[in-house]
Design a protein around this ligand. Structure first.
Ligand code: ATP
Ligand code: MG
Length: 255
């Protein structure tokens, strides 16, 4: 789904990301972890084409987005839902209106709004708070509004930058249940986080970054199994060798 190849991004003398290479499959759930300033947000922004790298390629569904002409950037972003630490909800709009904004930006026909907004608000458990304003909501609820807004455009992937950064443990835990649910439904999730408790609890793939460099990648169990599978040709070759050896053995015995 997304793949970085030797990506470097500098800001003046600062190497925010250096020679980063990794790929994430469709439906995978990946944590990006590392100390403050490691480069986690920079990676998310590179995927969103908020930043262009100095060097390297970034493939989204097989297309190098580094070379994507500017006029196609909005359509790239329509395929990616984004959730931030500070929620980024519009204070003067109700919960429902905050979610509708995403549909307006996407140009979804008005006739579809009611059902789609209703569906995502139900999913995140906020349907009864649809007409409230952000100032009337708790932190966890605000984050669920931003998740609903990210999901309503039916993105292929969700990028989350410290989504639990402003939440207490129980609220963070509840939010992560929602992320797991979304991931199980087939959406790819890439989440930058400092929250060790959550990373340890969810046992997903973890890509570690330090000082702009990828220092570790605990592949997901699914990926590991896939990597272990032998390619078909190799299996066939091994089978042939085995049969050959058996034939030789029979021959030897006869002689
Ligand atoms: N727009 C920018 N201009 C200049 N320097 C930047 C910019 N964005 C990021 N940097 C620098 O790049 C490095 C990586 O920053 P980044 O925000 O990606 O880190 P991070 O891992 O997300 O940190 P945190 O956990 O604190 O959010 C930092 O040294 C930062 O100062
Ligand atoms: Mg960051």
């Amino acid at each position: 789904m997304i793949s970085l190849k030797d990506v470097t991004k500098t800001f003046g003398k600062i190497k925010a990301i250096e020679d980063a290479t990794f790929s994430v499959d469709k439906g995978e759930f990946v944590f990006l972890t590392g100390p403050s300033g490691a480069g986690k947000t920079t990676i998310l922004k590179l995927i969103l084409r908020d930043y262009l790298p100095d060097k390297g390629k970034i493939f989204f569904e097989g297309k190098d987005i580094v070379r994507l002409p500017d006029k196609y950037i909005p359509s790239l972003r329509q395929q990616i839902g984004v959730v931030f630490q500070d929620f980024k909800v519009l204070p003067e709009r109700t919960v429902r209106e905050n979610v509708e904004v995403a549909l307006a930006v996407k140009g979804t026909p008005l006739s579809e709004w009611k059902k789609r907004v209703g569906d995502v608000l139900n999913l995140v458990g906020l349907i009864e708070r649809s007409s409230l304003f952000p100032s009337q909501l708790s932190g966890g609820e605000l984050q669920r509004v931003s998740l609903a807004r990210a999901l309503v455009i039916n993105p292929k992937m969700i990028l989350a930058d410290e989504p639990t950064g402003n939440l207490d443990w129980d609220t963070a835990d509840e939010l992560m249940d929602l992320f797991e649910k979304i991931s199980k439904e087939g959406k790819t999730v890439i989440m930058a986080t400092h929250h060790r408790g959550i990373v340890d609890k969810l046992k997903k793939r973890e890509i570690k970054i330090d000082n702009g460099k990828i220092t570790g990648d605990s592949e997901s169990p699914k990926r590991k199994a896939k990597a272990k599978e032998k390619p078909v040709e190799k299996k066939a070759e091994e089978e042939k060798t085995k049969v050959k050896a058996e034939v030789e053995e029979v021959k030897e015995k006869k002689e």
